[in-house]
Write a protein that binds this ligand. Structure first.
Ligand code: SAM
Length: 205
């Protein structure tokens, strides 16, 4: 069953802030410095869209952005964001159903931790084909580094979002394996919230 984040749209940001403070925001804002001026940018699973406000703070204009979000309620909130003079095309669909090509940058913030290994493989290939050679892939996701509380938080999140939004996964997929397999090079990496959140910058070959 595909995830449906509509049920959580109205409280998602508040809940995230309550549990993780500013860590998920800092983790994504950290990545935005790697977006060059006037770039074409594909954002997948942007949630309520606050990342558009942050991107506009750094690049008030000049970006061409495709914003792909499957949950209609998340999309409705995203459309209210400040995009300044940037050009944004909002696409309310699953990325697998959207023809996207030749982007200089793709951003997937907490997208893959929703997916099983199988879906991860499919979605990864689809997004990979959307990125130019020498393109930049900015990714933030949860990771387990052996701290006991990480497992507890992760399990609670899976249980909560499986019950409410029907997410299909119950463990984190191995996205690093996908980057390696498709020949990506890691450029920068930074962790947040006691290493539980990792933001990485990859370059495509
Ligand atoms: C865990 S939330 C993260 C939201 C946001 N990036 C944030 O950090 O607050 C994942 C988001 O990805 C969206 N999503 C899940 N699968 C998707 C897909 N196949 N295509 C596009 N969006 C998807 C969900 O609707 C949800 O808004």
């Amino acid at each position: 069953m595909a995830a449906n984040y509509n049920n959580s749209a109205w409280f998602y940001d508040r809940l995230s802030r309550l549990v993780y403070g500013r860590a998920p925001i800092n983790a994504q804002v950290y990545l935005l410095q790697f977006v060059p001026a006037n770039a074409s940018v594909l954002i997948v699973g942007g949630g309520t869209g606050w990342i558009l406000d942050e991107l506009t703070r750094i690049h008030p204009s000049g970006l061409r952005i495709a914003y792909v979000e499957v949950a209609a309620d998340m999309m409705a909130l995203s459309k209210k964001r400040n995009i300044g003079g940037n050009e944004v095309v909002f696409i309310n669909d699953a990325i697998e159903n959207v023809e996207t090509r030749d982007f200089a940058v793709v951003i997937t913030p907490f997208l893959f931790d929703n997916f099983t290994e199988e879906t991860t493989g499919k979605v990864f290939i689809h997004i990979h084909k959307s990125l130019k050679t020498n393109g930049i892939w900015l990714i933030t996701d949860f990771q387990l580094t052996g701290k006991w509380w990480q497992n507890i938080l992760l399990r609670s999140m899976f249980l909560f979002f499986r019950t409410l939004c029907g997410i299909e996964s119950s463990s984190l997929p191995d996205v690093e394996k996908q980057f390696e397999f498709h020949g990506y090079k890691i450029i920068e990496e930074h962790t947040f919230y006691g290493d539980f959140i990792k933001s990485s910058v990859y370059k495509s070959a």
